[in-house]
Design a protein around this ligand. Structure first.
Ligand SMILES: Nc1ncnc2c1ncn2[C@@H]1O[C@H](COP(=O)(O)OP(=O)(O)OP(=O)(O)O)[C@@H](O)[C@H]1O
Ligand SMILES: [Mg+2]
Length: 229
């Protein structure tokens, strides 16, 4: 995946976030112009705007990071990261009446990885699962420690991914959505490769599952690989 494509991916993401903020600000303006609006309602809308602005700020701030080739190690609590990501999607999840079931392996605590890359992969897969789910369904988000690796499964109940799409699903600009850029999985694949992991997809007419595995401690894993060479 070329840097040009990463750039386009971010322009797309930033455009979407800006549009959402603008739309909500316009709604808020109309609400404020009306008299006797309950204070609670206003506070809720302002909170939402603040959250979205913060997200946009993070996206703009992080854009430069994505062009780096090297990994940046950080120790962080893996399940806290997942909880934060799920929290970010809460509005979207509620709108579709979905329910996220988490099944965490408590043997996993802090991990030593490139946090931004791990987060981007999880965000993109979860976002796709939400978009593909039938309303009122469950999404299962599970983690498992397998030796020195973490295995994450994200399962949703929705229409099957056709063979045609599955063959090229990790290539850029592959999308079946009117508003999609088709970069989500391509960038995820690139990042998973960077952190020495794997990404797989299984899909039937019942459910779709994305399985990702990656080392819990990337630097130690790379040392083991080097010593075997
Ligand atoms: N869980 C899923 N269920 C069904 N189809 C999926 C699922 N995940 C991905 N896909 C298919 O793979 C395509 C590519 O996904 P990808 O995330 O790369 O791009 P996108 O979601 O279309 O756009 P973007 O992520 O850039 O907004 C999707 O358009 C969709 O057709
Ligand atoms: Mg996507």
């Amino acid at each position: 995946m070329e840097n040009r494509e990463i750039f386009e991916y971010f322009i797309h993401k930033i455009k979407n976030s800006t549009q959402t903020i603008l739309l909500n600000a316009q709604i808020l303006k109309k609400v404020v112009e009306r008299k006797n609006i309950p204070r609670e309602k206003m506070t809720k809308m302002v909170d939402k705007l603040c959250q979205q602005s913060e997200k946009l700020y993070r996206e703009v701030r992080d854009t430069g990071f994505y062009f780096r080739e090297e990994n940046v190690m950080e120790k962080f609590d893996f399940h806290c990261l997942i909880n934060d990501i799920i929290e970010d999607f809460q509005g979207f999840i509620a709108k579709r009446s979905l329910h996220i079931k988490t099944e965490y392996d408590l043997m996993i605590g802090k991990i030593d990885q490139d946090k931004l890359k791990v987060a981007t992969v999880l965000e993109n897969i979860l976002k796709n699962s939400i978009e593909a789910s039938y309303n009122n369904g469950d999404i299962i988000f599970s983690t498992k420690k397998v030796g020195e690796f973490i295995m994450v499964k994200i399962i949703n109940f929705g229409a099957e991914i056709s063979k045609e799409i599955r063959k090229k699903i990790f290539k850029p600009m592959i999308t079946t959505k009117s508003s999609g850029s088709g970069f989500g999985l391509a960038i995820s694949k690139r990042f998973i490769d960077d952190i020495k992991g794997e990404i797989k997809v299984n899909s039937s007419d019942q459910q779709t599952e994305f399985i990702i595995t990656f080392p819990i401690d990337l630097e130690s894993y790379e040392k083991i690989i080097d010593s075997r060479r």
